[in-house]
Design a binder for this molecule. Structure first.
Ligand SMILES: Nc1nc2c(ncn2[C@@H]2O[C@H](COP(=O)(O)OP(=O)(O)OP(=O)(O)O)[C@@H](O)[C@H]2O)c(=O)[nH]1
Length: 425
């Protein structure tokens, strides 16, 4: 992984401030306060370990952007900084192939720089589709995106773009022109919205001309944003960043809402979503297991709540490892659930018996001692589409396992009635 960020800044104060932002992004600053020192520091590291460079336009030994030229010519994505916003210097900076340009005039600019550094790594796995027949516009747009490390896809028609989206699940943004050979851009956007919600895919319309209505037309058709061409380099990149971050924020909120905070396993809500929405038709042969740790309260009482948490995390990791293709969940407290599609009850019970032995044998390291735990498991393999029914049958077996002395697997009898023919709950 590219860990290093070359910083060539004017003075120790600026250098330390930017180095702090770089460390906050989980990267390692390689700092210098002059071009000559910057060259020396760069040569002490492998060039491919640099994610980017942050370089001041004016330095004591490089007053006219020579340090920026050095970084760009060394093939490092380069972010240029200046003391304040000055249009002449800005134009000189943007003549060069820099990623972006930051005037260090207020704290918001530093915040932007912070986001930009974090993005450069994330962008390497983020796809953006550019749809336009205008070669100059398309290549300029793609080149700007590539400078920010995005994976940019060029498409000439709406049909090509749809194909590209179906083949590349990493696409978070589509930028489309309005004049396409197979349909208008706004029709394309309206069609895209049928397949992807605003929370799944950002769409930015771009169009030239003097008409004032185009932006409203794009946004009413489902676009998140619109930019008139010719566009300003910086505005374009700010908007791209904002649109991609919006999708990522929604993804993050969704991830947090579906994940158990302690173990990192999917939570109960996600489990039901997976079974009722993703697997609308449950398999003919399937099984559902409820796993409950034995005498867990006494672990908390004896070793403390933190130790209880360590045990829960250890068992969750074992479930993740032994059931990688199943739908797993921390159901709550010390209870876990596993749905095993396309698995016979016999096979499920054998695998769960093996798992019970794994838990029994596992030595869990606590800060001051090592402990072992056991679990009881109830399994149902009823032929039903009803998740609640499967759960209540597995729960009955779990209850039986607890009552028969714990540390055992209890499976529903194989000759249980076909529930689809019986009364549903
Ligand atoms: N450390 C920790 N404890 C939890 C968490 N969630 C629930 N618990 C505790 O889990 C314990 C469950 O206790 P019980 O329901 O009596 O079950 P048990 O002691 O395992 O007994 P049996 O299930 O009958 O074998 C309670 O003491 C809860 O406070 C958690 O996230 N962390």
């Amino acid at each position: 992984m590219q860990q290093h960020v070359l910083i060539i800044e004017n003075g120790e104060g600026n250098l330390e401030l930017i180095a702090k932002l770089v460390r906050r992004a989980g990267l390692t600053p390689v700092g210098a306060t002059s071009l000559i020192e910057g060259k020396a520091r760069f040569s002490q590291n492998m060039p491919e370990t640099f994610l980017c460079a942050i370089v001041a336009y004016s330095l004591p030994d490089a007053p006219k952007g020579e340090a920026i030229d050095f970084a760009v010519e060394s093939f490092i994505p380069t972010i240029a900084t200046t003391e304040s916003l000055d249009n002449t210097i800005r134009d000189k900076v943007l003549e060069r192939d820099v990623v972006d340009y930051i005037p260090k005039e207020n704290s918001q600019n530093y915040d932007y720089l912070n986001r930009l550094i974090s993005r450069l790594e994330k962008n390497k796995s983020t796809g953006v589709v550019v749809v336009s027949t205008n070669r100059v516009l398309r290549t300029r747009t793609v080149s700007l995106l590539q400078r920010h490390n995005f994976i940019a896809f060029e498409c000439l028609t709406a049909t090509d773009a749809m194909q590209c989206l179906s083949e590349n699940k990493n696409v978070r943004l589509v930028i489309t022109d309005n004049t396409l050979p197979d349909m208008t851009g706004t029709h394309f956007v309206a069609g895209l919205r049928k397949a992807f919600s605003k929370e799944q895919l950002s769409i930015m319309g771009i169009a030239g001309g003097k008409g004032m209505l185009m932006s409203a037309h794009f946004i009413k058709s489902g676009a998140n944003d619109f930019l008139r061409v010719p566009y300003c380099h910086e505005e374009f990149l700010c908007r791209v960043m904002q649109n991609v971050e919006y999708i990522e924020s929604v993804e993050e909120i969704r991830r947090v809402a579906n994940t158990d905070y302690l173990t990192g396993l999917p939570n109960r809500r996600h489990f039901f979503y997976m079974l009722t929405v993703q697997h609308q038709n449950l398999s003919e042969d399937h099984a559902l297991a409820l796993i409950d740790l034995d005498f867990f309260k006494s672990i908390n009482d004896t070793y403390g709540h933190d130790a209880g948490d360590i045990v829960l995390k250890a068992v969750a990791a074992l479930i993740e490892f032994y059931f990688p293709d199943e739908i797993i969940s921390r159901f709550g407290g010390e209870e876990f659930c596993i749905y095993m599609p396309s698995t016979s009850l016999t096979e499920a019970c054998e695998r769960l018996e093996d798992f019970r032995k794994v838990v029994e044998a596992e030595v869990i390291q606590l800060p001051k001692t090592n402990i072992k735990v056991t679990c009881s498991i109830g399994v149902s393999g009823a032929h039903t589409q009803r998740v609640d029914k499967l759960l209540s049958l597995a729960d009955k077996q779990l209850y039986a396992a607890k009552n028969s002395g714990r540390n055992q697997v209890k499976c529903e009898p194989p000759d249980a009635p076909n529930l689809e023919q019986g009364t549903l709950l």
